[in-house]
Design a protein around this ligand. Structure first.
Ligand SMILES: O=P(O)(O)OC[C@H]1O[C@H](OP(=O)(O)OP(=O)(O)O)[C@H](O)[C@@H]1O
Ligand code: HPA
Ligand SMILES: [Mg+2]
Length: 159
C-alpha cells in the first residue's frame, strides 16, 4: 500500500488538465489525441476540448488491479495512428513507467503527455503538469466518493 495519498477532485483535475493543454498548445498541430484507457479518457476529453481537436483514438493497457501492479496487458491498439507521428498520446499519470514503455513501443513517434508524474516514470513523458513522490498514491475522482468523517476530537480519542 502507498504511504500517503494525494486526493484529486473533479475541479482540480479540470484545472490541471487545462494547465496541460496550455503546455501543449504551441507544440501542435495534432492529427488527433490518443487516450490510454481508462485513466487517460477524462484528461483526453479536457485537453482535446481546449486544443479544439475532435479526433480521439484509444489504446488500452491494463497494468494494475486497484493498487496491485501486474504485468502490462495490451487490450486494444490504435491502428489509425500508425507509429504515432503527429499524434498526442495522453494518460492520467506515469508511476513506474511500465504502461508508458509498452505504449511508447507501439507509438514511438507520438508526443506523450500526462497530468501527473512520479519520479520513476517522469523520464518517459514529454510533457506533464504536477510531480508527486514515488510513495504517493493519487486518488482520482472516478475512483473515490465523498463520505462522512467523524470530528477530529472523536477520532483523536478525546471522547
Ligand atoms: O506507470 P505505471 O506504473 O504503469 O502506472 C500508470 C498507469 O497505471 C494506471 O492504469 P491502470 O493499469 O490502473 O488501468 P486503468 O487506467 O484502466 O485504471 C494509470 O492510469 C496509468 O495508465
Ligand atoms: O498513484 C496512482 N493512482 C491511481 N492509479 C495508479 N496507477 C498507478 N499508480 C497510480
Ligand atoms: Mg491507465
Amino acid at each position: 500500500m502507498a504511504q500517503r495519498y494525494y486526493t484529486v477532485s473533479w475541479d482540480q483535475l479540470h484545472r490541471d488538465g487545462k494547465a496541460l493543454a496550455w503546455r501543449l498548445v504551441g507544440a501542435g498541430p495534432w492529427k488527433g489525441v490518443i487516450a490510454i484507457t481508462r485513466g487517460g479518457l477524462i484528461p483526453a476529453a479536457i485537453v482535446a476540448r481546449e486544443l479544439d481537436c475532435r479526433i480521439i483514438e484509444t489504446v488500452s493497457v491494463v497494468t494494475y488491479d486497484e493498487e496491485v501492479k501486474g504485468d502490462p496487458r495490451i487490450v486494444k491498439t490504435a491502428a489509425a495512428a500508425g507509429d504515432g507521428e503527429g499524434w498526442l498520446l495522453l494518460d492520467d499519470l506515469v508511476d513506474t513507467g511500465t504502461t508508458a514503455r509498452v505504449v511508447r513501443a507501439m507509438l514511438p513517434k507520438a508526443h506523450f503527455a500526462t497530468v501527473y508524474a512520479k519520479p520513476a516514470g517522469k523520464p518517459l513523458v514529454d510533457t506533464f503538469v504536477t510531480e508527486v513522490s514515488q510513495d504517493t498514491w493519487i486518488l482520482f475522482p472516478w475512483d473515490t466518493e465523498q463520505q462522512f468523517v467523524p470530528p477530529i476530537a472523536r477520532s483523536a480519542g478525546g471522547k
